[in-house]
Design a protein around this ligand. Structure first.
Ligand SMILES: [Zn+2]
Length: 111
């Protein structure tokens, strides 16, 4: 997997996770990809960070990156979103989640 491919994958994963969370918590319509204004802003922020990440070539995913580039507030929100959506991603996107978990596990084991 090359760097840009990884970056795109991280962005896709982030979008899926936020969509799951938003629909469950903010009563946005279940159909379509629309997010509420808050989640949309958070997604924009996350995508911006991912787009700028200088460690994309060496790191795996933001969850296991030693450089926490998120500002305090969005980081707290993302954590909450992950706590909710993480386990549910397995049901909705089993392949994406397993792959993500495997990459995380591999990078933790290597540390
Ligand atoms: Zn929302």
């Amino acid at each position: 997997m090359d760097t840009e491919e990884k970056r795109r994958e991280e962005m896709d994963t982030m979008r899926e996770i936020l969509t799951l969370y938003c629909k469950a918590h903010h009563h946005t319509p279940a159909a379509g990809k629309d997010l509420c204004a808050d989640c949309d802003a958070l997604l924009g922020y996350a995508l911006h960070r991912i787009g700028k990440c200088p460690r994309m070539a060496v790191k795996t995913f933001c969850a296991v990156c030693p450089v926490h580039c998120y500002a305090k507030e969005p980081r707290a929100k993302i954590k909450e979103v992950m706590r909710y959506a993480g386990p549910r991603m397995i049901l909705h996107h089993p392949f994406m989640t397993l792959r993500h978990m495997f990459i995380q596990w591999r990078s933790r084991a290597r540390r």
